[in-house]
Design a protein around this ligand. Structure first.
Ligand code: MG
Length: 252
């Protein structure tokens, strides 16, 4: 099932995507989905970020090839960092090129959408806390990341976390093609099977330390091929079985 969050005529809601229509859900999709039977054509709505997370927990260097391309090794323990709620943008929303960087990079990533409050999740129950998956772009001020020990500014600036276009709930995340294009040209192509730590491993690791809430998001790392973006570029993240998240970089 594909669940989109949308706005139309000033109201915001969730809907299940069926063909080119959204079947509107009563309330929200966390804790059970109740359809209203009211349908709206998807080209009549504006798609929003599929969730508004209290936090985005991201993982660095989770694909060995990508760690190597930046001169790093795969860390013994996963590197985790937070992107704030204010980093989140929806599909087709413009990304303002931040004024404090001269080297904005794309990073295509599989995003895990958490469906229920959870902590200290055992590995064999990790799948129970996942509502579904969407595409993410872990936008990074690479020059700032290299200058500053903590990545709060480099990876947490406004608009640094485009998410979408919707949540796919019926998906095995273990071996999906993941691609990034810039202006239609392929820049990254990998498979989620290349991840050093699986989705389940990351859920265990993160929830050892913190409670995850419904709508929270885990970014699972990016494959090799990261590179710069410029004002005017159109950047797309495509993940097999989910769809394509596209955003345009604009002058801020
Ligand atoms: Mg990343």
């Amino acid at each position: 099932m594909r669940i989109a969050r949308f706005s139309i005529d000033g109201t915001v809601g969730f809907g299940v995507l069926e063909g080119d229509e959204l079947d509107i859900i009563k309330g929200h999709p966390f804790g059970g989905i109740e359809r209203s039977g009211r349908r709206v054509p998807v080209d009549k709505v504006r798609l929003l970020p599929p969730v508004l997370p209290s936090k985005v927990v991201a993982v660095g260097r989770n694909y060995a090839e990508h760690a190597r391309e930046l001169g790093n090794v795969v860390p013994e323990a996963p590197i985790t960092f937070l992107k704030p709620s204010t980093a989140v943008l929806g599909p087709d929303a413009p990304v303002p090129y931040p004024g404090f960087t001269a080297d904005l990079h794309y990073e295509a990533e599989l995003a895990v959408v958490i469906g229920r409050l959870c902590r200290e999740v055992p590995r064999e129950r990790a799948h129970e806390v996942v509502l579904g998956y969407t595409c993410a772009n872990d936008l990074t001020a690479r020059d700032v990341q290299q200058r500053e020990a903590q990545w709060a500014r480099a990876k947490g600036f406004d608009g640094s976390c485009p998410l979408g276009p919707w949540i796919e709930t019926d998906l095995d995340p273990s071996d999906l093609a993941i691609q990034c294009t810039v202006n239609g040209e392929q820049r990254q192509l990998g498979r989620t099977s290349e991840m050093v730590r699986s989705v389940a491993d990351l859920i265990v690791h993160i929830t050892e330390a913190m409670t995850l809430l419904p709508q929270d998001v885990i970014l699972t790392g990016t494959p090799a091929g990261v590179g710069p973006l410029h004002a005017g570029d159109e950047v797309s993240v495509t993940i097999e079985g989910i769809g394509t998240l596209t955003n345009k970089v604009v002058k801020s």
